[in-house]
Ligand binder design. Sequence first.
Ligand code: PLP
Length: 358
Amino acid sequence: MYNFAAGPAVLPAEVIKQVQQELTSYQKSGMSILEISHRSSLFTDLQAAAENDLRRLMRIPTDYDVLFLQGGATLQFTMTALNLAKKSGKIAFVDTGHWSQRAIQEAKLLPKVVPEIIASGKENHFTAIPKVPKITADYDYVHLTVNNTIEGTMYHQLPAALNNQTIVADMSSIILGYDYQVTDFDLIYAGAQKNIGPAGLTVVILKHALLSGIPTLPAMLSYPKQVKKHSALNTPPVFAIYTAGLVFKWLLKQGGVSAMQQQNEIKAQLLYNEIANSSLYRSPVAVADRSLTNIPFVTGSDQLDAEFVADAQAAGLMNLKGHRLVGGMRASLYNAMPLAGVKRLVEFMQQFEMNHGG
Ligand code: PLP
C-alpha cells in the first residue's frame, strides 16, 4: 500500500521499523523513548545529534539558530509577526494561496502589525506563482510560502526583487525535499508532519542577528527566550524529535538533500508526464511553477474524480483525494515515497483511463 497523503504523511519504512524495535527500551536504558526525561543526557544528546544532522543536511551556517518548537507551522504565522515586525510593523506577503492567506489572517490579529499583500496569484486561481514587483516600502520582512501544499505550486527560484530583503519562509511541505540555500532566507519554519517526522514538532531556523531588538514577549512565543533555553523552556516533544532525528540519519544515508531533490524530480516528472500524455487527466498548474511534492490533477468530472479516488484506494493507493478547496486528486510525493509507489500510481492511472474509454 502506498500513502499519498499531504500530511501527516508517509515516513521512511526503515524509520518506522527502528522506532518499533527500540520502543520498549531506548539505547538499552530499560526505558521507552516515551518515558525518558527531557533533562537527561539521553535526550539532550539525542536533540544535539538531531540538530547537527539537520545542520549537515541543510548546510545551516553557524550564525543561524535551530529551534525545535511546538504549535505547528500555524503558530509560526503568529510568532514570526510577533517577534520580527519590530520596526515599521509592516510585513509584505506574497499571496500564493490558502496557507499564505492563513499567515496573513493571523498577522492581522496582532496590534501594531500591518500585513500588506505585494503580489497575489488570486487572478489565476493560484495556479502560478505571481511576479513580485520591486520593493520600495520599508517592510520588516517579506513572507513567502515556498511550496503551496494545496495548490501544487512552488518557488524553483527566489524572485530577484527580493534580493536584500529579510525573507521569512514557510517550507512546511518541501523542507529537505528541494535543495534551497538557507543563506537566501533569514528565517525558515516547517511543521514536521510531512517531510520530517510526526506532528507535534515545528522546526525553525533563524539568523542569529534577527534576535536583536525583539520586544519582551511571553516565553513560549519569544525566539530569544527559546534560543537561550535550547528549545526546552518547557517539556519538548521528545518522541517527535527522536523520530525526526532518525529521519535525518536516513536522509544522510540516502545522500542528503541534493540526492532527495534528484529523486523527487524523477518521481514528479513521471507523474507530470503521465498527466501530459493522457487525454483524461489535466494539471491546472503552470508548468514553470509546478511543485515537486504536491501534485494536483483532475479529470474534469467530479463524479469520475470520486470514482478514481475510491478505485485507487481499493487498489492500495491511499489518500489521493484532492483538498476540498481545489477538488480532484492530489498526490503528495514526499521524500519517503519510493519511486515504486509513483510507478504503481501511473500504472493505475493508465488502467483507469483505459477502463473509461481512453
Ligand atoms: N503551511 C503549509 C504550507 C502547510 O502545508 C500546512 C499544513 O498542511 C501548514 C502551514 C499548517 O501546518 P500545521 O498543521 O503544522 O500548523
